[in-house]
Ligand binder design. Structure first.
Ligand SMILES: C[S@@+](CC[C@H](N)C(=O)[O-])C[C@H]1O[C@@H](n2cnc3c(N)ncnc32)[C@H](O)[C@@H]1O
Length: 227
């Protein structure tokens, strides 16, 4: 399964590695079979790519190994979950879990989440998750962060009024960077009323693999609404 080249060849890449350790033969096989079955095809009405019982579509960009994505899909049977992750081993781990616990309300894209968002129709998403995105800590690399003002314009376009945007980071500089942009954006409103709201994990927001294995700072949980 190879990622189609983006027409703009000068477009900045937002992630480092796609390839990591060699996949086992089971993992490589699942990329051919299960990923083929569950592949997300950018474009068109997103509901059309899910079973009939799905009433709303949510998107998680950079799902890592997919623990959070699976949890959300299991908790919300009427929601179709699209997940984007360019890192092969992350995708392989999620496919292994899905082989053990099948879920037909999940669709997967092994590539750049921007391509999904750009191809979505207006007001077609009920929720968006960006959890512990790559921090790109050096100032000269901030342009590689997923959350750019242009991306917020795109997200405001594709999210339905009242839809939630969820963002988490433990990076000391990504937090003010994200807040500055989200709070300046006319279409997003922060749902927090006090520090407990961003310091405490909401009940319907399970920990990710990054939190379990790589976290460096204090996690913050931001919930914004598209109005
Ligand atoms: C620090 S990891 C966090 C993974 C996961 N959210 C977690 O919390 O365990 C960031 C992930 O975002 C993915 N990523 C980076 N840029 C991306 C993009 N443009 N589209 C989709 N995924 C991206 C990376 O491959 C990486 O797996």
């Amino acid at each position: 399964m190879s990622e189609a080249p983006h027409p703009d060849r000068n477009r900045r890449k937002l992630y480092g590695r796609r390839k990591g350790p060699k996949l086992s033969s089971r993992q490589a096989g699942l990329r051919q079979t299960l990923l083929g079955e569950l592949a997300w095809a950018p474009g068109g009405d997103p509901l059309a790519q899910f079973p009939d019982n799905v009433q709303e579509v949510w998107l998680e960009v950079g799902f890592g190994a997919g623990e959070h994505l699976i949890w959300q899909a299991q908790q919300h049977a009427q929601v179709g979950l699209i997940g984007a992750e360019p890192y092969e081993m992350g995708m392989a781990k999620l496919l292994t879990k899905l082989e053990e616990t099948p879920l037909n309300t999940v669709r997967l894209y092994e590539g750049d989440g921007r391509e999904i968002i750009e191809a979505l129709p207006d007001a077609s998403l009920g929720r968006f998750f960006l959890l512990f995105p790559d921090p790109w800590p050096k100032t000269r690399h901030h342009k590689r962060r997923f959350l750019q003002m242009e991306m917020l314009d795109q997200l405001a376009r594709v999210l339905k009024p009242g839809a939630e945007l969820r963002f988490a980071t433990d990076d000391k500089s990504y937090l003010p960077y994200a807040l500055e942009r989200l709070m300046a954006h006319p279409k997003f409103r922060w749902l927090a009323e006090g520090p407990a709201d961003w310091k405490t994990r909401p009940a319907d927001w399970p920990p990710t693999r990054y939190e379990a294995k790589q976290i460096r700072g204090l996690p913050t949980f931001l919930r914004f609404v598209r109005h």
